[in-house]
Design a protein around this ligand. Structure first.
Ligand code: C2E
Ligand code: CA
Ligand code: CA
Length: 567
């Protein structure tokens, strides 16, 4: 036999419960519905209530007789109103009593069918429509709301916030952000179930509080909530309310810290999302405060913050219009005489249309804070790999290029695959794209970082430990870290050649590299004196203004051409 039945939800027959103690009623309704629906029956009030509770996730509709033995229909309705999950089931009451109709509608029934019954066609049509309506509504609210916390999702939130403005054009509004400090650490330390409990509690607290305040709330992402509400709200109180019940497990070490940022009386001529960026900037000024705290954005907000805000705002446009440019700074092998070009470091620059050339030290830390660094770094890696391929195609040879990998990148579970894909798509070998990872990246959550770095090494990438000496790794832990090259922090070279030359610390770093059996590279080499000293100490590679500043690809090409002819 040919069958169209598939395991799809839409094909599944919907389940209807008929609760009526009279056999004749059950069979009339049952035979009218059983062609289109699966039908189950109950004949007693208490049994009905239990059945609804038990099948609440499956029931599409309940037809409820108001007068039954055991428990009266109105009491069942009241009880169901307080039953989690049962509010989504449409209930149609069956009754001959007109007064009861009205009462049952007021306590949650959606419709009623009078006794004696109207035509079966009418009943079927009404049931079908009710089920459809409820499913649509349920679908809508599950799309709008964050499953974990029950507050709005971001997209809907922005829509409703705009609608709110349209309805109340003259009302002063505040944009508010609530962030949980170090949430990722809480999550890792105590498990995501604990983290979820925290989020749910805060979400519920805010949801309840905000209704009273006539505002709206959403969860923006992991640990950030956004609130849009009328100006004049008592935020100290709101912050207190948000954290109610969080410490019930009495573990003081688990104390959760909330950070609130408020942008008061928003400028309604700017985008909704920018209003919340401002609230976020205000919250971030409280980053290092040990208690729940509130930061307020105002017009006197420092210029630096406005500048940051602009950089964040312009980021995506900059990626799209290729404003980011990758420069290359050559590295030389000084164990050879004369020194030989060995590789280059890719360093990003931002050619901003109005702000001019911006240095990465201005935007990299900022983008590390808000996660944009992932996108930027992928762009830089891709550009560097494409460039390397182009050099090889044109010149027949090239040197490896190292790219910077932010510690934030290392939390991306796809990073190893991403880098592998970038390399393979250009026909490169992984050791041609070296990865610079700063020593401090290994500091917290080192286990996870080490695992990721090992994965990268297994794929054939070489790891350079950047800014070595600033991360306070002990010698012990160093020997267990996955590294292929030590890149000593520039500050050591600077200090060593200040007023009185003292190179003992450099010697010490070279010793550590020897102990770990990895080459050492010195960056920030600006003078011949420094170069000579480093050679003498046994340093293998150098990078610095003495040889070249970071330069655009076309200029770097000359280094490649020269080194080729010197071969
Ligand atoms: P870094 O990785 O330690 O890069 C070395 C910095 O020292 C570069 O600054 C370079 O231009 C500079 N430098 C090189 N030679 C000399 C010298 O002889 N003297 C002096 N005084 N400085 C020298 P830059 O390009 O401004 O980059 C700053 C930092 O920004 C980098 O420090 C790195 O942490 C970060 N960065 C740059 N590009 C990227 C990138 O694509 N991704 C990521 N995640 N970070 C990047
Ligand atoms: Ca670097
Ligand atoms: Ca460095």
């Amino acid at each position: 036999m040919y069958t169209t039945s598939q395991n799809k939800d839409s094909d599944k027959r919907k389940l209807i419960l008929i609760a009526d103690d009279e056999k004749i009623n059950r069979s009339i309704l049952g035979s009218a519905l059983s062609d289109d629906y699966d039908v189950i029956y109950t004949t007693d009030g208490a049994e009905t209530l239990n059945m609804i509770k038990e099948k609440k996730d499956d029931l599409a509709l309940v037809l409820l007789d108001l007068i039954m033995p055991g428990m009266n229909g109105l009491d069942i309705l009241k009880e169901l109103q307080n039953t989690e999950g049962a509010q989504n089931i449409p209930i149609i009451v069956l009754t001959s009593d007109h007064d009861a109709e009205v009462e049952s509608l007021s306590i949650g029934a959606v419709d009623f069918i009078p006794k004696p019954y109207p035509s079966m066609r009418v009943i079927r049509a009404r049931i079908k429509r009710t089920i459809e309506l409820f499913e649509d509504r349920h679908l809508l609210s599950s799309m709008e709301r964050d499953a974990l916390t029950g507050v709005y999702k971001k997209d809907f939130f922005f829509k409703y916030a705009d609608l709110y403005d349209q309805k109340h054009p003259d009302k002063d509004m505040d944009a508010v952000i609530i962030d949980i400090s170090h949430f990722h650490i809480i999550n890792e330390r105590f498990g995501s179930a604990y983290g979820n409990r925290i989020l749910r509690t805060i979400g519920e607290n805010l949801h309840d509080a905000i209704q009273v305040l006539d505002g709206i709330v959403c969860r923006k992402e992991a640990d950030t909530f956004m609130i849009y509400c009328p100006h004049g709200t008592d935020y100290n109180q709101l912050l207190k309310t948000a954290s109610e019940g969080l410490y019930d497990d009495g573990k003081p070490s688990n104390r959760i810290r909330l950070r609130m940022g408020i942008y008061m009386c928003v400028d309604k001529s700017i985008d909704m999302s920018r209003r919340f960026d401002r609230a976020k900037l205000a919250a971030d000024t409280k980053r290092n405060i040990a208690a729940d705290s509130i930061g307020v954005y105002d017009d006197a907000f420092s210029e630096a913050e406005l500048y940051k805000e602009k950089l964040i705002e312009d980021f995506h446009d900059a990626i799209e219009t290729k404003q980011f440019e990758v420069f290359y700074q050559p590295k030389f092998d000084i164990t050879k005489e004369p020194p030989v070009l060995s590789s280059a470091e890719a360093l990003v620059r931002w050619n901003h249309p109005t702000l001019g050339l911006i240095s990465p030290s201005e935007f990299v830390p900022l983008f590390e804070e808000n996660g944009l660094i992932n996108e930027l770094d992928r762009y830089v890696w891709q550009t560097a790999a494409d460039q390397l391929k182009a050099f090889k195609d044109k010149l027949g040879t090239a040197v490896p290029v190292s790219v910077n990998v932010s510690r934030i990148d290392l939390f991306d579970p796809d990073i190893a695959d991403t880098l592998e894909r970038i390399v393979k798509n250009n026909g490169l070998d992984p050791h041609e794209l070296m990865l610079e990872i700063t020593e401090s990246a290994y500091a917290d959550d080192s286990e996870r970082i080490i695992k990721t770095v090992n994965e990268l090494r297994d794929k054939g990438f070489k790891i350079e430990m950047d800014d070595f000496g600033t991360g306070y790794s002990s010698l012990n832990s160093l020997s267990t870290l996955p590294i292929d090259v030590l890149k000593m922090d520039m500050s050591f070279l600077k200090t060593a050649f200040q007023k009185r030359k003292d190179t003992r610390i450099l010697e010490f770093i070279v010793d550590i590299a020897n102990y770990l059996s990895v080459p050492v590279i010195a960056e920030g080499v600006e003078t011949l004196e420094q170069l000579e000293a480093l050679k003498e100490l046994g340093c293998d590679l150098v990078q610095g203004y003495y040889f070249s500043k970071p330069i655009p690809a076309n200029e770097f090409e000359k280094f490649l051409t020269n080194s080729k002819t010197n071969d």
